[in-house]
Design a protein around this ligand. Structure first.
Ligand SMILES: [Zn+2]
Length: 229
């Protein structure tokens, strides 16, 4: 298993999302799911890592806390939402069932472990191979079995990002690269560089010239997004 320390922001950047809303995110992007786990004493769920067999036993998620102060820890973990759509538990179970029937290959799940607030460890890519339903303190709890696979992730680029890049004509990219000396114009780094422009994606490519495009690194782009928020 990997053990790569990274900040919350870097974790989001790696997945290509602005933030991660839930501990379990089925298909957060096409072809990739994410789970956030923790073995800290104060963790809300009882996740286990088996380093000998390279397995993660990941506990399913509880019902959400509602206004009437109910305790989620005494209620069966749900497969369906109140609107009868699948919960993340339900989607994970579905993926296991379909894999076992031979319909699909196992769902690939990128796992991050919380070390402390804001600090995470990337454990790597796992296959969702099985699940169990256990009775714990008189209620149903799901345990998902994830097997570590020694494989690098290829996170598909979001549609926006692809469209965005397509919008910048190659001639503009060449001119901007030359003008900005192949460096981030804000901090000067030569790593993780992107072409950044301030036009909304909906505007046509012809309105993009080297005047409104610049080179930024991923860190400076994140800072820019933080300011906008
Ligand atoms: Zn920079």
């Amino acid at each position: 298993m990997k053990d790569e320390i990274l900040s919350y922001q870097k974790m989001c950047k790696k997945i290509g999302v602005e933030r991660i809303q839930k501990g379990m995110s089925f298909h957060i992007k096409e072809g990739i799911s994410v789970v956030l786990m923790s073995v800290r004493p104060d963790a809300p769920y009882d996740d286990e890592i088996d380093y000998v067999n390279n397995l993660l036993i990941y506990e399913g998620h509880d019902v959400r806390k509602f206004k009437q102060n109910r305790n989620p820890k005494i209620i069966d973990q749900p497969i369906y939402t109140a609107k009868r759509t699948l919960t993340e538990n339900g989607k994970f179970i579905n993926a296991v069932e379909n894999y076992k029937k031979g319909f699909i290959s196992p769902e690939k799940i990128l796992v991050f472990e919380k070390l402390k607030p804001g600090i995470w460890s990337e454990k790597g890519l796992f296959s969702l191979i099985d699940y169990e339903t256990r009775i714990s303190n008189g209620r149903k709890v799901f345990k998902f079995i994830l097997k570590y696979i020694d494989e690098d992730i290829k996170i598909p680029k979001g549609k926006d990002e692809e469209e965005h890049n397509k919008l910048i004509p190659k001639s503009v990219k060449v001119a901007v690269w030359k003008r900005d000396n192949g460096k981030c114009v804000l901090c000067g780094t030569t790593e993780n560089l992107y072409f950044d422009h301030d036009l909304p994606f909906s505007k046509s490519g012809s309105s993009i010239t080297e005047k409104n495009v610049r080179i930024l690194c991923n860190k400076c782009i994140l800072k820019k997004h933080d300011k906008i928020k």
